[in-house]
Design a protein around this ligand. Structure first.
Ligand code: RET
Length: 238
């Protein structure tokens, strides 16, 4: 069952990557959005493949199977998701490098402390690192909700609209990861290994493939935010 779910994840991420890369070859503006997004699902494809093949997990001293490859995936892909959001919201990302560095820095702290929480066999260590990781998540989502939302509102209605959809999706989905952690084998064990893999699978597919799909289907907004390459031309309906 577990392997089956991980294979579904591999296929989902693989298809998403192929589709986003294809859209990238067709893009007429803001092609970096397509490549960043294809990279996100591409990394997740490798991660799911590693986990499905048995190489992405290890057995801890307490007998628990720990899928450490998830955290390698998240360490790379969550900053890229934030980068997509920042590039969409900020008219001048070059002038906001402090904000982008702050978001990504907090995000890296969140994943690395989450890795310690997940891999420790001491309840005390897990609790302390879980709290630090959750505090970093709150920081990331706070910056997203305040600074990036404010910046996006100053953009065209099209860009502001798609940003708010993606930001709300991100806030809701990202908040559910610590919930799955608590329910799963690292936490209170309310659900078993299969249930945990299933829940993370749904979240990962929505947060990466669903996110990418919503972002990249809006060619108009992408064209506008990347300097009007797309918006200056009659838009091709696809
Ligand atoms: C952990 C455990 C410790 C507490 C917190 C966590 C947050 C994880 C998040 C992961 C997001 C992953 C995404 C993947 C992409 O598809 C590490 C589970 C706060 C927010 C968006």
């Amino acid at each position: 069952m577990e392997t089956f779910l991980l294979v579904v994840g591999t296929l989902g991420m693989g298809l998403g990557t192929a589709y986003f890369a294809y859209l990238g070859t067709q893009s007429t503006g803001g092609s970096y959005f397509y490549w960043i997004t294809a990279l996100i699902t591409g990394f997740a494809f490798v991660s799911y493949l590693a986990m499905a093949s048995g190489a992405g997990s290890t057995i801890l001293d307490d007998g628990r199977e720990f899928y450490f490859f998830r955290y390698i995936d998240w360490l790379i892909t969550t900053p890229l998701l934030l980068l997509d959001l920042a590039l969409l919201a900020l008219a001048n990302p070059g002038r906001n490098t402090g904000l982008i560095a702050g978001l990504i820095g907090l995000d890296v702290v969140m994943i690395l402390t989450g890795l310690v929480a997940g891999s420790s066999t001491s309840t005390f260590v897990t609790t302390v690192f879980f709290i630090i990781s959750t505090a970093a998540l709150v920081g990331v989502l706070y910056l997203l909700y305040t600074r990036l939302f404010a910046a996006a509102r100053a953009q065209s209605p099209n860009v502001a609209g798609i940003f708010s959809t993606l930001a709300i999706l991100t806030i809701v989905l990202w908040s559910l990861y610590p919930v799955v952690f608590l329910l799963g084998t690292e936490g209170f064990r309310a659900v078993g290994q299969g249930g945990e893999i299933f829940l993370y699978l749904i979240l990962d597919l929505l947060a990466k493939v669903g996110f990418g799909f919503l972002l990249l289907s809006n060619r108009q907004a992408i064209g506008e935010v990347s300097g009007g390459g797309q918006s200056a031309r009659p838009s091709r309906v696809s």
